[in-house]
Design a protein around this ligand. Sequence first.
Ligand code: UDP
Length: 330
Amino acid sequence: MKALVTGGAGYIGSVTTELLLDSGHDVIVFDNLERGHRAAVDRRARFVKGDLRDRKKIAAVMAREKPDAVMHFAAYALVGESMDKPETYFGNNLVGGVNLAEAMLAAGVGKIVFSSTCATYGQPQRTPITEDEPQRPINPYGESKLLLEKALDWYRRIRGMQTVFLRYFNACGATKRFGEDHDPETHLIPIVLQAALGKRDRVTIFGEDYDTPDGTCLRDYIHIVDLAQAHILALTSAVSGAFNLGNGNGYSVKEVIETARQVTGHPIPAAAGPRRPGDPARLLAAADKARTELGWKPKHPDLRAIIESAWAWHRAHPDGYADKRPERNG
Ligand code: UDP
């Protein structure tokens, strides 16, 4: 199949593009390279530099390419930043997503696999979280993703678009070629590995007084290759709907740091700090629906294996992607 992948130069988009190509699909990557990296775009994909806020551009690319489906990753994805700059999040994630969907409708492209997030649930009432948990986001990031889910769901109901919402839990790990390179980095595993590489003095643990076994937050860490596989299954399936993607295993911040110490052989100094605003104590997925309806089976649930894959990538790319700002570097 021919897939147009927005955000294919980003972390999850780059790995999904790699796996799509490995499975024999044809891929066009559409990315503005604001936060993604040209070097993260698989050479087998065709690349179009463009921004979803530019309606004419995405409409022209969609009309020209007429892909079988769109995989939509392009978005800002930092909770804290969204609290400082809500307009940036609604402007890009929501308006950009609506522009994308309009371009699809105009070109007769009838299928979208959308990167959504467990942040649409906000502070969950029950854990593990099922897809029918009330969606009450507690930050503009989660709200921007939820609003786009809602708009797309109306396009499904009225226009017959096939819509798959993949609600990720904590994406992590790497393939041999593509890994996580954000600037600034805010995610736990890359931060811990940067400390192992000597690029940070220490890791700050955001709160040790949660109601969890060791007092630190529990998260559901899901390997990027497993996430990418779910997209490929969604591409070839006829279903519409929302699917949580996680392992259902919770690991605490302290467990992540301790596992990284074992994997890297580095001491990784860590110190307790205050809680980070907006962090729920536990976020764990019930992903039975993805298993039953998409036939998804995560193959890399083990935290140690996840961290080993990320460590291999970070050691091979201590400065991330070399062409961090290709436009400025010429
Ligand atoms: N975390 C931490 N120190 C850091 C970064 C993250 O203690 O420097 C914690 C954070 O509070 C959360 C967990 O690690 O409980 C995972 O955070 P991350 O930002 O990786 O993902 P999130 O769960 O926010 O999507």
